[in-house]
Design a protein. Structure first.
Ligand SMILES: Nc1nc2c(ncn2[C@@H]2O[C@H](COP(=O)(O)OP(=O)(O)O)[C@@H](O)[C@H]2O)c(=O)[nH]1
Ligand SMILES: [Mg+2]
Length: 325
């Protein structure tokens, strides 16, 4: 590591320490009362992170929380959120409400072979290390089953953020508009997810859940904003601030962010079937390539078996190998 990098790292560490100090000071000064507290009278700031698979409504939900379309949401089939980003505004865009720092993420599952996605993992760790008030695990409410892909996604987040993230998780079911989720009863199987998660991840308590309507309806009664706020206050009153201790300690002892991400990559790969598939596919292609090469070679041997002179065979060999590349 050169001098400049070292200097940058020291500065970063200092920033993280200052952030942490600020957080602790803020926490000492203002402990808002849960539930009854109106958003308008709470002067402190909150950091929330949207997690979940692509297309579940993460960017849209954060826009609804911010009351402003600060993140690009999807209008096509391809994923539009490709980088980790942060946007800040008053809750629901009302000046007297507290500030919300919203962190949007692309999906990470099945993307470990993508160097850009690996870089984004580093960016996410950098942004969340200073403290997070809630991790919103965003799920489309039309997805009724708690299946293996959801489970794997959660496992990826757990190993990325450490199990310390669980007390700050709120499951947000998006698209919860009357057209898509009609009767109250239809919410029950979704609420059961919280218990399922509690059991499979051995948590002392199930994560809190919120139902959120689309961007336009979110701020209205039953749109989700009120419930979301109450859950956030509940977490704030009952759980300690989230910290990514191993990350902070690694950076403190001279690791670069990149080093850290490389170090955990193998661990993350455990929950990435496609990662192994890609590797296996690479291996398969390599074998195929070898076989083809050998095939050509034996073909070449056969074709030269009858010839007495070695000269023309060398010529054939050189043309055939140049056609490989
Ligand atoms: N009807 C409805 N559509 C939504 C809702 N939330 C998101 N969408 C749509 O779902 C699509 C994916 O949303 P987006 O926020 O980009 O998902 P992300 O990939 O998780 O960030 C977009 O077309 C959104 O307009 C919702 O609550 N109701
Ligand atoms: Mg998005």
């Amino acid at each position: 590591m050169d001098h400049e990098q070292q200097l940058q790292q020291q500065q970063y560490l200092l920033q993280l320490q200052q952030l942490e100090q600020q957080r602790q000071d803020q926490q000492k000064q203002q402990r808002p009362a849960p539930a009854e507290q109106e958003p308008a009278s709470a002067p402190r700031e909150f950091t929330i992170v949207a997690l979940g698979k692509s297309g579940e409504g993460k960017s849209t939900l954060l826009n609804a929380v911010l009351g402003s379309e600060m993140f690009l949401a999807k209008t096509s089939v391809s994923e539009v959120t490709k980088t980790v980003g942060m946007a800040t505004n008053h809750f629901l865009n009302i000046d007297s409400n507290p500030m919300m720092h919203c962190i949007d993420t692309p999906s990470f599952n099945g993307k470990l072979h993508d160097p850009n996605r690996v870089e984004q993992i580093g960016n996410l760790l950098k942004l969340v290390a200073g403290g997070v008030d809630a991790f919103l695990f965003v799920v489309k409410c039309t997805r009724y089953r708690y299946d293996n892909t959801v489970h794997q996604t959660l496992q990826t987040y757990q190993s990325l953020l450490t199990p310390a993230f669980w007390p700050k998780v709120i499951i947000v079911f998006t698209h919860a508009t009357p057209e898509l989720l009609p009767a109250t009863q239809s919410r029950l199987p979704l609420i059961a997810w919280a218990r399922e998660i509690q059991e499979t991840f051995n948590l002392p308590a199930p994560p809190l859940t919120v139902f959120a309507m689309d961007y336009v309806r979110f701020p209205y009664p039953s749109g989700g904003a009120q419930d979301f706020w109450e859950r956030l206050m509940e977490l704030d009153a009952n759980t300690a601030p989230y910290r990514h201790t191993p990350f902070l300690e690694s950076i403190g002892s001279g690791f670069s962010i990149e080093d850290y991400v490389q170090r955990i990559k193998g661990h993350l790969a455990q929950f990435e079937p496609s990662y192994f598939e890609n590797q296996a596919e690479g291996q398969y292609k390599e074998n195929e390539h070898k076989k083809r090469k050998e095939g050509r070679f034996s073909l070449f041997r056969k074709s030269t078996q009858g010839t007495s002179s070695s000269k023309p065979s060398r010529n054939v060999s050189s043309t055939s190998s140049s056609s490989v590349s």
